[in-house]
Design a binder for this molecule. Sequence first.
Ligand code: EPZ
Length: 419
Amino acid sequence: MQKLIINGGKKLNGEIRIQGAKNAALPIMAASVLCGENIILRNCPKISDVYSAMRILTYLGCKAGFEEGSGVVSLNAESISCSEISDELMREMRSSIFFLGAVLGRTGRCRITLPGGCDLGPRPIDMHLAALRKMGVSIHEEYGALDCVAENGLHGAKISLSFPSVGTTENIMLAAVLAEGTTIIHNAAREPEIADLAEFLNRCGAKISGAGGGKITVSGVKKLHGCEYDIMPDRIACATYLACAASAGGELVITGCRPSDEENILPVFEQMGCIVHTVDDKIFFSAKRPLKAVAPIRTMVYPGFPTDAQAFVMAALCKAKGTSVFVENIFENRYKHVGGLTRMGADILVEGKVAVIEGVNRLYGVKTEAPDLRGGAGLVTAALAAEGTSEISNVHYIDRGYEDIEKVLSSAGADIKRI
Ligand code: EPZ
């Protein structure tokens, strides 16, 4: 079991290049199943979820290779040989649900078990299944496995989502690209990763319009061809490292990012008193001491404040002067990092969806464990500002979404190592 050892109190100073986006790479890798030719994906993050996606692709009979040094993933799904994803592979990560739409789109059938992933509360897939049924898929559920078959092939449908679910929007797009006729998604998710997936699919010959907005139209085509594509920068990883700098103090230059994707987060850092300048693919960031508490933060679907940023922004606010409030509106159980922060000396009260953070003067290094991916990043963020040494175990959660987090942070001056 690996751990991160962090000696807090060191300011961050330096330059960090942002990795490719986990939540764009995963649906795009699933989308490669729809195409029977070579796909080259550049700027893929070296994270365990990408390796899990590669294992699923290989299991399906696709060719998948990862040149780690260059971050290039090469895929070819010409010889896809099965339309079932093993329970073990499905449980490795929540994102495996994207493969349902892609495998159905390519083969007309798919057998999966209910997805695993971080325990952020119930992760139902009711909207995914309701949408696929509208597109002609019959779904038979037994013993936790779903047998999905489109007897007469997938056909387009008008689908109105009760909630702009990211995964559901992406799954419908994947199932609709090769379907007969046109699919319209109302109340679609607007996250930038959706537009990245659409851009990739259109590069392969799909006909998708409106991605990034609330109404997406997919006109079915007969087949897709191969392409080369650059995965967008990871906007959540970018926000994570800014929160680390806010927490530890110091100055950071972020490169290889897309500041326009951070519009919902940068103002929060400015409210804390940090100085933020953006130019092209760079963010120049300097933290001011002491940080100030901020106005209540409500997590919302894009373009609101992202739920994925809640844990590490909360961590940065633990020593801010004043009281900050979070309302977690997206997931039911996304305060599992509060226990670890409180053990470090933070003063946090959680009541249902609401968390109230009273700034304290000091945090102390402790032994703790990452409860999930972003919660783990939150504990790292706080440990950088704590006095003494912190040991964070369950690092595998953090490795699901962050490429070499200890190398990135130590290159900017943090005293952090993995054992
Ligand atoms: C995606 O998860 C991201 N994961 C999550 O990032 C992110 O937190 C989330 O979108 C919201 O932005 C990937 O892209 C791989 P949702 P997803 O469907 O698709 C409920 C991270 O840290 N819901 O928008 O699962 C669901 O329970 C991860 O990188 C249903 O009720 O999110 C949740 O409460 C964590 N029924 C809410 O909608 C459904 O059929 C948002 O879920 C589907 C979802």
